[in-house]
Design a protein around this ligand. Structure first.
Ligand SMILES: [Zn+2]
Length: 113
């Protein structure tokens, strides 16, 4: 894929140069040439700076024992509603990271809420 992009960029740049060289005082051709060169540059730039989509997604399965109803979970500090995304498993224990007040605490094994 990268090679194709480079080839396209090279062709575009070539056309840009041709326009500039063959402009012969015609501003429009000069502008088109510069724009083409710029486009080629952008193409190469985008190819080189392609974001690495190999983000290491750390999926942690949270298995809450018992009949835990997550929608009823509330932060013990501020009472804000907590969801599954606010639960983090650290060292085998379940922790809550409250997005509202920033509180971080461990949940008891048999929660009663
Ligand atoms: Zn809170």
């Amino acid at each position: 894929m990268k090679l194709v992009t480079y080839l396209i960029a090279a062709v575009v740049a070539l056309f840009g140069l041709m326009f500039i060289v063959g402009a012969q005082g015609q501003i429009m051709r000069l502008v088109v040439g510069v724009v083409l060169l710029g486009a080629a540059g952008v193409l190469i730039y985008l190819t080189r700076v392609q974001p690495k989509k190999e983000e290491i997604t750390h999926v942690q399965k949270i298995d809450l024992t018992g009949d835990v109803r997550l929608e009823q979970m509330k932060c013990t500090s501020c009472g804000g509603a907590l969801g599954k995304e606010n639960l983090i498993v650290r060292a085998g224990a379940i922790f809550v990271d409250c997005p509202y007040c920033g509180a971080s605490y461990q949940i008891e094994e048999a929660p009663k809420w």
